[in-house]
Design a protein around this ligand. Sequence first.
Ligand code: ADP
Ligand code: ZN
Ligand code: ZN
Length: 755
Amino acid sequence: MAEQHTSQRELFDSRPQWAEDDARRGLIATVVLPEGVDKPLDYLVPEPLAAGVEPGRRVRVPLGRSNRERLAYCVAVRHDELPQSPLKSVAGVEDEKPLLSPRMIELTRWMADRWMARWGEVLEAVLPAGARLRTRVRMSPLLITSGAVPSRRPTPAQARVLAAAGEPKTAERLAEETGASRAVVARLLKIGLLQEAGAVERSSRTVLERPAISHERPTELSPAQGEALESIRGAMQGSRHETIVLFGVTGSGKTEVYLQAVEETVSYGRQAIVLVPEISLTPQTCDRFRARFGAVAVLHSHLTPAERHAQWREIASGRVNVVVGARSAIFAPTPRLGLIVIDEEHESSFKQATAPRYHARDVAEWIAKAEGVPLVLGSATPSLETFARCLSGEWRMCRLANRVGGSQLPAVITVDLRERGSRSRGAVSPRLAAGIRWALDGGGQVMLLLNRRGFATHVQCHACGHTARCDQCDLALTLHQPGNRGICHGCGLVTRIPADCPDCRSPGLAHSGTGTQRLEEQIRRSFPDAAVARMDTDTMRTRGSHERTLDAFRNREIDILVGTQMIAKGLDFPAVMLVGVVNADAALHLADFRASERTCQLVTQVAGRSGRGPLGGRVVVQTSTPDHPAIRAAATHDYEAFVRSELPVREALLYPPYGHIVRIIVRSIDERAAADWAGHVAERLRRAAEGLPLIRVLGPAPAPISRLRDRFRWHLQVHGPDAAGLRALVGRATTGLRTPDDVAWVIDVDPVDML
Ligand code: ADP
Ligand code: ZN
Ligand code: ZN
């Protein structure tokens, strides 16, 4: 990005006296703008500001012909010869203290290069919004969807705002993210479709203050746990970086190993960062850490900017030793870092879906190397990327093959959905129904996984084949009850499904493809004596609802829990005797090379929820492809068998982990414009790749989701064996391109989302 920059060390070693001797020398600050200009810019530091301008603080600088003042991050300061053309001067200093350490600045520069992101946007991403607000904290209330049924069809702009407000956001943020005006947001608030999140949070916070469950420290570790801890301890005592992967079946005691490794870290007076997927940030996880360590900073996405900033300050002051959080907690400003742990490392949520599109695992590795501390990755189903690095000997794998306390992994029965009679009773086969009955009669609980929300995934006319689709996206509407609402899962648009076919006027539209809502209804009907609850993003909209449902399930107020992948994650309920996977193939045939991996991971994870207690357990997996390696491996608790079958496939195609991918996504309201621009970029990439035999440019083609939020989407992919070479090539082919006004496009390095 900028070879002219000297390293931090050189900067601090330079002698200010030189400047006074030589009029042609001066103090020069290099700054990066959060948006707009991409390149780092040099400014002269006037004498009165010299004490205040330092790397990590923000400064105000004049920009362009108008010399309008802009905020910028100072990333370096040096005494140097002044260039021929005169430099503009820094106009003022914004922050009293640096917001970023030299190491963080170095990290952001590496990230910008690694994910082809703008340095300025990376700088913004690693700082919590609250920290950037300085003291004049301007706190608009956070808004969230109220979940009320609209009395009339929302406009496309309204629908976008409602979709974006699934998580609490300020009005400004909602308007900015969706391109809607502030008036649209205000209107939604007025008619009650949006509400202030504060009210919800305040009421649920009292619910969250529950007596801590006792999490006693086991007296003895299992031999496998002991070995894993010993490996981590070895790296810790040698103060060297090492990546250690805990490949352990669900319930094998991985979390206990993290806890004891963190304990050890804290006993040396160092801090630990523990990353978990957002969905696992339940009080159950947090309690477990709090019970051991007391002062734990928990960083989840529901914190307000002020709360997040307060946590940040506690961490920076060194008063908090343990940080537990989702993806962005990796940037926590720990002055004495001693250990990083990533639980469920295979989860795709560790990759950020918006710019900068970084992966927290790679960021963690960079930090752990820079700090000389161990990185521990844990999973029952490690990603193939991680597996390959263990096989190559770069990372160390510790296996925890058995559950602690000798409980057995549950027996898995697969039900072939192609067989006659398997679907005679809706989505639940007779075998699965018998399993549920068995568990209930045995005094156990049941979890049913169906990874499709809503009532029915398709609404279609028998007579003419008309399918209800979203006007804004190339997606079929999902029927949600009550109210016959058709909801687009791409953009959130809500419409009322008409009683008769809008095309041919035939009466009655048919519903097909069971979603969680219909499944819940069927289960209630079939098991009237059981208490049934559903957990998916539709029922879990407000803060605290997730925890309340899990608490109720733990307290046995719920017998059968129906849900999406939300129920699959790291939960430990000893009374679960039956886990049912209603449709294991749901994600198997997506246009994504990781479809098999994801399916195997999901089925393995959810199967692991069964039989954790003394009652034992079973798993019923319904599938149309029982012989698929992903399904077979999950059914035999042999994830490694899947890895062995899948790695050669990836290798033959030069897919990750053997090759790298850069994906370019082009969007436009005009399909021609999207296609033309994608074609133009592809052409340039092909030219840049000429004579490089291992580089392949695929596309352009319409993306698997070819239209979203009224934008047509085209994509192309560049594959190659070497990550740096691939980025350099894409960089060469795409710099200096003048993008047409009606087109937007992004570069996604090492994409996780292929749709
Ligand atoms: P994982 O993270 O691999 O799913 P956990 O660490 O959550 O496994 O352990 C599963 C259960 O076993 C937890 O209830 C935990 O308290 C308990 N446990 C873990 N290690 C031991 C041990 N060495 N002795 C007894 N119980 C243990
Ligand atoms: Zn029709
Ligand atoms: Zn839509």
